[in-house]
Design a protein. Structure first.
Length: 291
């Protein structure tokens, strides 16, 4: 069983026979289908069906010589809104199956974002075409979460928010310069990190860590596409899985000056969501490239 099925409203599925019925439903009554006929191992096909608002299950496999479809794997998906980044993205195939991982360096986050590619068949169709090389395709990131907490916001005045955004902008310029070998930028970043460490060391004695740290986005555990995140809730909505009736939250978060969406089962959320409050949880990061 896929451990993130509950995030799209299938928390009650515990038997293989149940998921096999859903897989057959996806293949027979799909909302989207992509077929790659010139694939090296035969005809590769990808079926997707929505069971909620932009979330559902994707089934991938191949057709044999008798035109019979054989399932290779499936995964729950949640497609976010908007464009998260237009930085250069590197795609690599997983070793065990025809699925792909993507990597993207975004200055706002400070770490290399590694995500699970949602539209593998579309990528296979586009791969090798000359127009792919003309620019970076826009990327939409989203996440599935198995558990999460709602935290109160950090009180800030307008002037503090303005100053913080200016500092973030300057830091991004320094990081970009440091990547190009600018030694002065490297030295400035080092001094800035030392000042930050000193400030946190003093404040942590009397304050809670989540009043000092407003948001974060950092790797979690061994799997490279799972992240521990905390961000401000910009918008949210509640909808139901059309099969199970389970309620699902969709959050739009601002995290380290980056906007992306997270999908989570309502039963797995501790607290009452409100715009302006913060969401904290561990997400499986997914991405969709737009060609």
């Amino acid at each position: 069983m896929h451990s993130y099925l509950r995030a799209v409203g299938f928390s009650k599925i515990t038997k293989r026979s149940s998921i096999e019925q859903i897989i057959m439903d996806v293949v027979e009554t799909y909302d989207e289908k992509y077929v790659v006929e010139d694939h090296q191992d035969g005809i590769f096909a990808e079926f997707s069906k929505n069971y909620g608002c932009d979330c559902g299950i994707t089934v991938c496999g191949q057709y044999d010589e008798d035109n019979q479809f054989h399932v290779d794997y499936y995964f729950p998906f949640f497609r976010g809104t908007g464009i998260t980044t237009q930085e250069n993205v590197v795609i690599e195939r997983h070793a065990d199956k025809e699925s792909f991982a993507g990597a993207c360096d975004d200055l706002r986050i400070g770490v290399t974002l590694i995500f699970y590619l949602q539209n593998a068949a579309e990528y296979l169709q586009q791969r090798g075409r000359e127009e792919m090389l003309s620019g970076n395709p826009p990327l939409t990131l989203s996440g599935l979460a198995r558990e999460g907490k709602i935290l109160f916001p950090v009180e800030k005045d307008k002037e503090a928010v303005k100053v913080e955004r200016e500092l973030t902008k300057n830091r991004n310029h320094l990081i970009a310069a440091a990547r190009n070998g600018d030694e002065e930028a490297m030295e400035s970043l080092t001094m800035e990190d030392m000042d930050t460490y000193s400030m946190i060391s003093q404040r942590i004695v009397t304050e809670d860590i989540f009043t000092i740290v407003d948001s974060y986005f950092m790797p979690h555990g061994i799997e490279c596409d799972q992240y521990s995140v905390m961000g401000e809730i910009i918008d949210y909505m509640l909808f139901k899985n059309i099969i199970t009736g389970e309620e699902i939250y969709q959050f739009t978060l601002e995290c380290n000056d980056m906007l992306f969406d997270v999908c989570i089962n309502k039963a797995d959320v501790l607290g009452e969501p409100q715009i302006g409050r913060r969401f904290k949880g561990i997400v499986w990061l997914q991405g969709q490239l737009h060609y």
